[in-house]
Design a protein around this ligand. Structure first.
Ligand SMILES: *Cc1c(COP(=O)(O)O)cnc(C)c1O
Length: 469
């Protein structure tokens, strides 16, 4: 707040009364938009703050206690509370699954369909033909099984929950051999050894950090072994003198010794991404074909849907997982189920899925198209007086997937936008819309790969608006 130097210092007696403030013209608009209760509470708090400041000799001026000034203060307090916290962002970082920016953006047609369903009543847990109760996730499970080629499927709130549920269902009080290379931390407090302990199973560490052979799994099998667990090291890569037992080998051992093989895949693409240079992410249908008994993966990573944990595999094991009392605590709400259902339906048409699921579209974008996009951004920026150039660079999948695997792209480099690159990046983040880019070699770097359709024009305007003399 700017303090007018000419206004006399206020005393406690200058504080207006709550009721008279609320009855003033200055407050009437505010009450109309934010509601009387909310405005009353915030005004009372604002007056308390002013009272304290006067008492503590904080030099409040009389000009700060007018009805207009206080209405402005209360309006800012209210705006700070109700301004969208998850504000809309133009992602020009080139990181496709940016965990801090909400991972996978959803297809607009998927969101529209889900909103329509969620705003009306639906047959969530009812079979229309028999009029009897049914499973809320039946349709999603059937679709998921179909597009992955699995016998059965189910869904929970996220992949962390899926992993916990599988471990607890199949291995509570039993042993689970797992490679020392698979003791991953995903982020926050999710660490594989801790998750396993919480699930009630006994982790049997096998192999070494850099090498675990199939024989290590086989040698660890006892009467107490509940499953063989393979975890996709999605957010780091061990390079050099390494060996990881292949899923095929574990499946062979599992069949022979009658022990199920579970794969916590993490990113989990339903589409083969090798044609786009992503070789470290096996597709879910591929793993199902290889014979993994259960595979679990995230809904909001490469699958390109809402936050969810998708579990596919053997029918008897899926049935067991669903019977666990914990399943009820992890079940998806109807909006998530609707989003999953409509995302899955996009996968039914393999010819159009790459165009329609935003994460896949970003991955599959033609490098030549990206070059043209970057050139067009540069020429539009130049017309607005912003100096810019294109450069060859790389985009990343992100979201803790495919470390070291990068996609070729053409970026837009802006060297000068006024002030330091950090200050310029902050102005871009704080703009409307908010823009996130990279800073490299003291320049701002904008990757067109992660812009969604129609966002280029907004990006150009936002960059020009963030310029400072
Ligand atoms: C991301 C990830 C998880 C956690 O999935 P969420 O859907 O974020 O809960 C678990 N395991 C692996 C291997 C992952 O990559």
């Amino acid at each position: 707040m700017t303090k007018a130097a000419t206004s006399p210092t206020a005393t406690l007696r200058d504080l207006p009364k709550l009721d008279s403030l609320l009855a003033s013209d200055a407050f009437s608009n505010l009450i109309e938009t934010a509601g009387r209760q909310f405005v009353t509470d915030e005004t009372r708090t604002a007056l308390d703050v002013m009272r304290l400041e006067i008492r503590e000799g904080g030099h409040v001026f009389q000009s700060e206690l007018t009805e207009t000034a206080l209405a402005g203060l209360v309006e800012r307090r209210i705006a700070a509370l109700i301004d969208p916290i998850q504000c809309r962002v133009l992602n020009a970082t080139g990181v496709i699954l940016h965990t801090s920016l909400g991972r996978a953006p959803l297809a607009p047609e998927v969101v529209a369909a889900a909103v329509r369903e969620a705003s009306e009543y639906s047959c969530l847990e009812l079979d229309r033909s028999s009029g009897k109760r049914s499973d809320r996730d039946k349709l999603v499970n059937d679709l998921l099984a179909r597009v992955t080629g699995a016998e059965a499927a189910t869904v929970v709130n996220n992949n962390a929950a899926a992993t916990m549920l599988i471990l607890n269902t199949m291995a509570d009080g039993k042993e689970v051999p797992c490679s020392r290379a698979h003791m991953v931390e995903i982020g926050g407090s999710y660490r594989m050894p801790d998750v396993m302990r919480k699930s009630g199973c006994r982790l049997v560490e096998i192999g070494a950090t850099n090498k675990t052979r199939a024989a290590d799994y086989e040698n660890a099998i006892t009467d107490e072994t509940a499953m063989l667990l393979k975890v996709h090291t999605s957010n780091y890569a061990i390079v050099g003198f390494t060996h990881e037992a292949a899923l095929e080998e574990l499946v062979e051992i599992g069949r022979r010794r009658n022990v199920p093989v579970v794969y916590d895949l993490g990113a989990g693409s339903l589409v083969d991404l090798k044609p786009y240079g992503i070789t470290r992410e096996p597709s879910v249908p591929e793993l199902v074909r290889t014979g993994a008994d259960l595979v679990c993966f995230s809904g909001d990573k490469l699958f390109g849907g809402p936050q969810a944990g998708l579990i596919v595999g053997r029918k008897d094991l899926i049935a067991k997982v669903k019977k666990n009392a914990m399943f009820r605590m992890m079940r998806c709400d109807k909006v998530t189920l609707a989003l999953l259902e409509h995302t899955l339906k996009l996968y039914l048409d393999p010819d159009s899925v790459l165009e329609r699921v935003p994460t896949l579209r970003s991955i599959a974008r033609d490098p030549e198209e990206l070059r043209r996009k970057a050139r067009s951004l540069v020429s539009r920026l130049k017309k607005l007086g912003v100096e810019a150039a294109t450069a060859d660079s790389t985009s990343q999948i992100g979201g803790g997937s495919t470390p070291g695997e990068e996609l070729p792209t053409t970026v837009v480099i802006v060297k000068k936008l006024g002030g330091s690159p950090d200050a310029a990046a902050k102005r871009l983040r704080m703009g409307e819309p908010s823009v996130f880019c990279r800073i490299e070699n003291d320049s701002l770097v904008f990757d067109p790969r992660t812009l969604l359709p129609g966002q280029a024009t907004e990006l150009v305007a936002a960059i020009a608006a963030a310029r400072k003399a």
